[in-house]
Design a protein around this ligand. Structure first.
Ligand SMILES: Cc1cc2nc3c(=O)[nH]c(=O)nc-3n(C[C@H](O)[C@H](O)[C@H](O)COP(=O)(O)O)c2cc1C
Length: 180
């Protein structure tokens, strides 16, 4: 797939078919997401693939801040990805002091870039994704067994798309781009 087609054609997919996501397919996607840039190449993003029904149900029912939309998406997704990042490394000096005045901003920034790279790689492999931010990250960390020293950035539902949603309208370039 051409890069341009991958960027334009990726959509947030909220309904999936029952087709299983093979282990090798997901490993291939993670292998590509690993090429996302990161602060000093620290690569702090970690991925937890949840297929266990009980864990998925716990997250769907108790970790979406009461937002039914996300509960439905998670219940219907063959795989739920918990995207986490190791804390206190990206954006920090070896002494533990933040390098800039943005504090823990850069580790979340890195996780965001990695997440979009993951979503584009998944789209290229014929899979659909949706990033979910309306979540209780601490409860998810407990439910998914996220390792000590890591924080949950977002959830991503993953599976084969059931349908082709239209692209929500984008802002014009002259609104987005400022020249000085
Ligand atoms: C940080 C972030 C959080 C999001 N949270 C949710 C969410 O909780 N639930 C949901 O259905 N979609 C969520 N989305 C998906 C956006 O609604 C979607 O990307 C946007 O409407 C544009 O549509 P597109 O991805 O198909 O281009 C989120 C996207 C981002 C980047």
């Amino acid at each position: 797939m051409q890069t341009k087609d991958c960027i334009i054609g990726r959509r947030s997919i909220r309904k999936f078919t029952s087709q299983k996501v093979e282990k090798e397919t997901l490993e291939g996607i993670i292998g590509l997401a690993a090429y996302a840039p990161s602060w000093k190449n620290t690569q702090v993003t970690r991925y937890y693939a949840i297929t266990d029904q009980a864990i998925k149900d716990e997250i769907a029912e108790n970790c979406t801040l009461g937002y039914d939309g996300n509960t439905r998406i998670i219940k219907g997704a063959p795989v739920l990805m918990v995207i986490a990042y190791k804390q206190g490394i990206s954006g920090y000096e070896r002494s533990g002091e933040p390098t800039t005045n943005k504090g823990d901003h850069w580790e979340v920034f890195d996780a965001g870039i990695a997440t979009q790279t993951f979503c584009l790689a998944a789209h290229d492999a014929g899979l659909g994704t949706v990033i979910m931010g309306i979540i209780d990250d601490e409860k998810i960390a407990a439910a998914a067994g996220v390792e000590e020293g890591q924080r949950v950035a977002a959830l991503v539902a993953l599976g084969y798309p059931d349908g082709e949603p239209n692209a929500p309208k984008r802002k014009d370039v002259d609104v987005l781009l400022n020249w000085r």
